[in-house]
Design a binder for this molecule. Structure first.
Ligand SMILES: *Cc1c(COP(=O)(O)O)cnc(C)c1O
Length: 365
């Protein structure tokens, strides 16, 4: 009664489209369960078409796909205080690092397992997230070079992340990044992979492509920003979410609908119950703003979205139990898109697709 359809062919085709837009390598970001699309299935599909590299934020998800049989290079860069880097080295997962302490912890693990950790150093070029502060950068690089000389670390990459604040801000970050790479080279570090661009810069800032781009949202066919439309680049949304009508009843004029009676029927009317609530990631704040597609027609969700369900007032329209209700999809049949639902919920498509789920089942095609 609640289904998330994931079109793996669309993801594969988006990957190829993104490859065609750049001469750089393309890293596919499958963090957060592949942006809600299913990390194992998405990773397998991408590997089958020869993905250059996969990446997650957490090592846990990297292990999950390695253990599912993924052989492609994998990078993970967000680590907790108790992270087991030995497992990462044994599972051949590349590790993003930004601190001397992180490098030391990785070195201890490398010694323990008699291995070499594959490392990407991260520098903060302005975003203020992880990444070494510029003042710490020479020390971090020097430590990495020392560990490389001991054979404990292989320096594979160097990276940073853009804020997307403005073209000027991104250009400034690119300049800071190039300077940081050159500082690192002076200190004896050499990297095969310099990477900075995520989806937005992959689509509109080719000067930031460097050796590799990291694509997340665009891979799933969604807009990286409201001004940068995935469709304009031939990318197609891979997720379609639907539910169904599970009960239909006639009520008189003035009947309350859902908590707080935010909506009351304006005449004798039909109410259709749809079992897709905020536990499935249907944003409660979208009450009164979102609409869904039912039998080819849009219906606004006027009544309070609840945990398990929402209710449509369909007036005198013919609606029956089992009729499909499309929450969002690619928009081709008139259904809302993830972008439209995001707007109704005062958020971004990224948050919509990563939070959709709950009791809904994924179906892959
Ligand atoms: C999530 C993430 C990405 C992907 O960003 P998109 O905008 O979805 O392409 C790339 N790089 C880093 C460091 C990230 O955290």
């Amino acid at each position: 009664m609640r289904t998330i359809f994931v079109d793996l062919e669309a993801i594969a085709s988006n990957y190829k489209t993104l490859k065609s837009l750049t001469s750089a390598k393309v890293m596919a970001i499958v963090k957060a369960d592949a942006f809600g699309h299913g990390i194992i299935e998405v990773s397998k599909k991408l590997e089958s078409i020869g993905v250059d590299m996969l990446a997650t934020a957490d090592l846990e998800e990297a292990h999950q796909i390695r253990e599912a049989g993924i052989k492609s290079p994998i990078l993970a860069w967000l680590h907790g205080s108790e992270t087991d880097f030995a497992a990462a080295i044994k599972n051949d997962i590349q590790i993003g690092l930004s601190t001397v302490a992180g490098l030391e912890a990785v070195a201890v693990s490398a010694r323990q397992v008699s291995g070499t950790a594959k490392v990407h150093l991260k520098v903060d070029t302005g975003l203020g997230r992880n990444g070494a502060a510029l003042s710490d950068w020479p020390e971090v690089v020097a430590k990495a070079v020392a560990l490389k000389n001991e054979g404990l670390v292989e320096l594979v990459g160097v990276f940073s992340h853009l804020s997307g604040t403005s073209a000027k801000d991104d250009a400034d970050q690119l300049a800071v990044f190039e300077q940081a790479v050159s500082t690192a080279e002076t200190l004896g570090a050499h990297f095969q992979l310099r990477h900075l661009a995520a989806s937005a810069a992959t689509l509109n800032q080719s000067q930031a492509h460097l050796d590799m781009v990291r694509v997340g949202i665009a891979l799933y066919g969604l807009d990286p920003t409201p001004h940068l439309k995935a469709a304009d680049f031939g990318l197609v949304p891979a997720m379609r979410v639907s539910s169904e009508v599970v009960s239909v009843k006639q009520v008189p004029q003035g009947h309350g609908v859902s908590y707080g009676y935010l909506h009351k029927t304006s005449g004798p009317s039909t109410l259709a119950l749809v079992p897709f609530g905020y536990a499935e990631g249907m944003p409660r704040i979208a009450t009164g703003r979102a609409s869904v597609l039912l039998n080819g027609k849009r219906y606004p969700i006027l009544a309070r979205i609840a945990m398990d369900q929402f209710i449509l007032d369909v007036g005198n329209d013919q609606v029956k139990v089992g009729d499909e209700v499309v929450i969002f999809g690619n928009g081709a049949k008139g259904e809302p898109t993830a972008e439209e639902l995001a707007l109704a919920a005062e958020t971004i498509n990224y948050e919509i697709v990563t939070r959709i789920g709950g009791r809904a089942k994924r179906v892959f095609k």
